[in-house]
Ligand binder design. Structure first.
Ligand code: ADP
Ligand code: MG
Length: 304
């Protein structure tokens, strides 16, 4: 396990930001840590990276308890903090050389800096001031400083927030590329990010984990809970008669004879709808099951 979090809670004064959180990230995984603003993502990441202490519970990185050996943990982690704080007056190459010197990496600082500039595509910008770079390039500098000591674990807090669509694609590709050889935990409030990069999803809401699944399996969570069907009959019907079927939760008339039906539970609602049609002497002209996307899973799990 690269990251182990056991029963971590965090209070800011009276306010509880994390409530008894536990999860693990296996070596080589790219995990999306997703939740609405204020859910506790940044707080959790700051605890894993040793920048703030937990109020209770423990976090481990590669088997080391963060509170026991904060420095060793920092060596094993590359961390891109939220809002990517950088020194605007420093030059890109100067800054990265400075970061490399802090870590006292095995290979020479210069070689390490060269490698990382190459890897993150910063070569054309390396002699510019950080403050003069576009947001996309500043984000590359943030990634470069996180990667410079070749850490096994990468913690990226909202790595693509505030970037334009092209920059988002570029940074995601870069994360995917470097993520091939590392364990990555990336926080986001954007579901597409998870779809694009991750193989596992942890959803957090109000300091509590509400889902922790392989990306491919997370769809089934919502399927167990919610089915949305659009159905067209040949004749008009009374709305209330539809609402009486099995696990139907809501019924909405879309147009003449076309209904949007939302149902809950394990049982497939479609056969019930066909039976309903037969019983009421109706013909089903069309029936479409809406595919649930991650966005809906997310909204479903974090609403209210
Ligand atoms: P996220 O990164 O998911 O948006 P945060 O971890 O930043 O969430 O915040 C979780 C909760 O803790 C929020 O309610 C936020 O207002 C609160 N919080 C975060 N940092 C502090 C702080 N330094 N002092 C007080 N409250 C904080
Ligand atoms: Mg945050």
């Amino acid at each position: 396990m690269s990251i182990v979090v056991q029963g971590v809670s965090k209070f800011y004064g009276e306010q509880k930001a994390l409530d008894n959180i536990s999860f693990e990230v296996r070596t080589g995984e790219i995990v999306g840590f997703i939740g609405p603003n204020g859910a506790g993502k940044s707080t959790m990441m700051k605890i894993i990276t040793g920048f703030i202490p937990a109020s209770s519970g423990k976090a481990y990185v590669n088997g080391i308890a963060v509170e026991d050996d904060n420095l060793e943990v920092k060596k094993q982690i590359g961390y891109l903090p939220e809002n990517n704080p950088l020194y605007p007056e420093m030059y890109v190459r100067e800054y990265l050389g400075f970061v490399a010197s802090i870590y006292k990496t095995h290979s020479s600082g210069k070689k390490q800096t060269d490698n990382i500039i190459e890897l993150t595509g910063l070569a054309p910008e390396q002699n510019k001031k950080i403050g003069s770079l576009s947001k996309g390039y500043r984000q590359r500098v943030g990634l470069a400083q996180a990667l410079i000591h070749n850490p096994a674990v990468l913690i990226l807090d909202e790595a693509t927030t505030g970037l334009d669509p092209n920059q988002i694609v570029e940074i995601r590709n870069l994360i995917k590329e470097v993520g091939k050889e590392k364990t990555v935990m990336i926080s986001t409030h954007i579901m597409q990010e998870v779809e694009a990069i991750c193989n596992r999803v942890i959803i957090i809401d109000k300091g509590v984990i509400v889902a922790d699944e392989e990306k491919s399996k997370i769809y089934s969570i919502i399927k167990r809970h919610r089915q949305v069907i659009q159905i067209e009959f040949d004749k008009d019907i009374v709305e209330s008669s539809l609402a009486e079927i099995g696990n139907v939760r809501s019924v909405k008339k879309i147009r003449n004879n076309i209904w949007m039906i939302e149902a809950e539970g394990d049982e497939d609602i479609r056969p019930l709808l066909f039976n309903f049609a037969v019983k009421n002497n109706l013909t089903v002209l069309s029936l479409n099951k809406q595919e649930t996307n991650l966005e809906e899973v997310f909204r479903h799990l974090t609403s209210g």
